[in-house]
Design a protein around this ligand. Structure first.
Ligand code: ADP
Ligand code: MG
Length: 282
């Protein structure tokens, strides 16, 4: 098992003493592509920060590759090599004078030699679609928002993590930016065999990419299954103020109006086939 979370409760120790996670149990295997959804404040960001030791839970344990990372002796630097975390709006944390230096920052901290660093920077810039010679010397602050985000993601990929965790990476991107992000994640998963954990509000994105969906509500995991299994709970999701993928919503409405349709469909092409078939036999 790659990541094991056992009986974790987390309380933020400040004036509000909010219990952000309540008795969470969760196992994540190598090779999963997990989507985490839930209303704002449900605990998604807190949960994923457990995975690389950024948050040490109030009670319970977290294991990464069987190593307990919640005890005092654990080596968090080592953990962060295994679990790469791309924060929400990661471009806010760019700070170096050039794209190259920003991406090289993590590998440098690992103590890698200059040649290895350069080859990693080249490799990850290509991965995220930033041409090396064109972008390496540019200031990250003069790039577009979408390009800045790609630099930030490249900085995490340069650590060559086994698991990539992304907290709302498509927030604020235009449709084209979202498409190239989805293509990148598919490539990392299909071709580089990375394990991926994605927090997103976009159910289309989740349904298209993930093979497991976890739904959070008030610090608890309330649904956990394949996209088909999870999106079959239309009423429950609506009660939690969550949507189905838009195309799936449409299929449900058509079914309510009397069309005899399969509704567990998440892609436009499959949906249009199903609608045509239903109308022909109507
Ligand atoms: P989500 O990512 O699903 O929006 P979070 O994990 O950010 O949820 O937040 C869960 C709860 O913990 C919320 O009530 C939030 O206000 C609180 N919280 C999150 N981060 C902090 C923090 N750094 N200090 C105090 N409370 C926090
Ligand atoms: Mg969050």
């Amino acid at each position: 098992m790659l990541i094991e979370v056992n009986n974790v409760t987390h309380i933020y120790n400040d004036e509000n003493n909010i219990t952000a996670l309540k008795d969470i149990n969760l196992n994540i295997d190598k090779g999963e592509f997990i989507g985490i959804v839930g209303h704002t404040g449900s605990g998604k960001s807190t949960l994923v920060q457990l995975f690389n030791g950024l948050i040490i839970p109030s009670t319970g344990t977290v294991r990464v590759n069987s190593k307990n990372i919640t005890n005092e002796k654990s080596n968090l630097k080592e953990t962060r090599r295994h679990v790469g975390l791309v924060f929400q709006y990661p471009e806010h944390q760019l700070f170096e004078e050039s794209v190259y230096k920003d991406i090289a920052f993590g590998p440098k901290n690992l103590g890698l030699d200059e040649k290895e660093i350069e080859s990693r920077v080249k490799e990850v810039m290509e991965l995220v679609g930033l041409e090396y010679s064109q972008f390496k010397d540019r200031s990250p602050f003069n790039l577009s928002g979408g390009q800045q985000r790609r630099v930030a993601i490249a900085g995490v990929l340069a650590l060559k993590p086994e698991v990539l965790v992304l907290d709302e990476p498509s927030a604020g991107l235009d449709p084209q930016g979202r498409k190239s992000l989805a293509d990148l994640l598919k490539y990392l998963y299909d071709e580089l065999n990375m394990t991926i954990i994605l927090i997103s509000h976009r159910m289309e994105e989740i349904a298209e990419l993930c093979n497991r969906v976890i739904v959070m509500h008030q610090g608890k995991i309330v649904l956990d299954g394949s996209p088909k299994e999870v999106f079959a709970n239309e009423k429950k999701l609506h009660k939690l103020a969550l949507d189905l993928p838009q195309i799936t919503e449409i299929l449900h409405r058509l079914k309510e109006k009397g069309l005899n349709l399969e509704t567990e469909i998440f892609s436009i092409t499959k949906a249009s086939d199903a609608i045509i078939k239903a109308i022909r036999s109507h």
